[in-house]
Design a protein around this ligand. Structure first.
Ligand SMILES: C[S@@+](CC[C@H](N)C(=O)[O-])C[C@H]1O[C@@H](n2cnc3c(N)ncnc32)[C@H](O)[C@@H]1O
Length: 215
């Protein structure tokens, strides 16, 4: 890309970093709409969660690279449901629900559209960052809590949950709470996640399902 005129140092550094980013180049070659696909790919290569999931919910799905990977790796008969504030063109067969996941009505509408319990809830939701680490941390933790609550309401026994957070202090408590409901819970920092970013994923495996009955 060639851009004329004066550019600030930070814009130039951002552009340089993009041009050198191997995951961006790879995403173009592999046909993914964003480099985020490789974060999920690393998680799935390690834990093998997608192939055996008959129902998957992708939270914070736009622009759609996780959806692409879900449709490539899941069985053709699996149900994939994507949610985002932003509208985008999902892969064939993926149901998109557009709206704010923090809205109770949207969550209820989503539950109504599911065909029974879910095997994998994956949240890559992130607020627009403000560059104030404490605020960004608290805002993503609120989204993570909403995703966790949804996972508890919808996951089948043995189901799995992936959630992105920005590290900032409150994640330890969150992890401890997840440990009450899943047999195994761990932090996972994909190599494709920039080392300077506070982003990290929590992978919670094998839901205990304390519910008296599955919906
Ligand atoms: C990092 S992007 C996700 C990238 C995506 N996983 C992919 O592979 O293309 C984070 C997404 O979270 C969405 N998001 C943030 N807050 C949300 C909310 N309250 N409800 C639904 N989506 C939200 C944003 O609109 C944004 O598209």
């Amino acid at each position: 890309m060639k851009i004329s005129g004066k550019m600030s140092l930070s814009s130039r550094m951002w552009l340089d970093r993009r041009e050198r980013d191997p995951y961006l180049k790879k995403a173009r070659t592999d046909g993914y709409c964003s480099r985020a696909a490789y974060k999920l790919m690393e998680i799935d290569d390690k834990f093998h969660l997608i192939k055996r999931a008959k129902s998957i919910v992708d939270l914070g799905a736009a622009p759609g690279s996780w959806c692409q990977l879900f449709s490539r790796r899941a069985e053709k008969t699996s149900q994939i449901t994507a949610v985002d504030l932003r509208n985008f063109q999902p892969p064939d067969g993926v149901l998109l629900v557009t709206g704010d996941f923090e809205d109770d009505d949207l969550r209820q509408a989503l539950i109504n559209r599911l065909n029974g319990a879910v095997d994998l809830v994956a949240s890559d939701m992130a607020p627009t960052t403000l560059g104030h680490p404490r605020t960004d941390h608290l805002r993503i933790m609120r989204l993570a809590e909403a995703a966790y609550s949804f996972a508890q309401d919808t996951l089948a026994r043995g189901g799995n949950f992936i959630v992105k957070i920005f590290q900032g202090g409150d994640e330890k408590c969150f992890l401890d709470s997840l440990k009450n409901n899943f047999h195994k819970v761990l932090f996972f920092k994909p190599k494709s996640s920039r080392s300077e970013s506070s982003e990290i994923y929590i992978v919670a495996l094998d839901f205990k399902a304390h519910r008296e009955f599955d919906f």
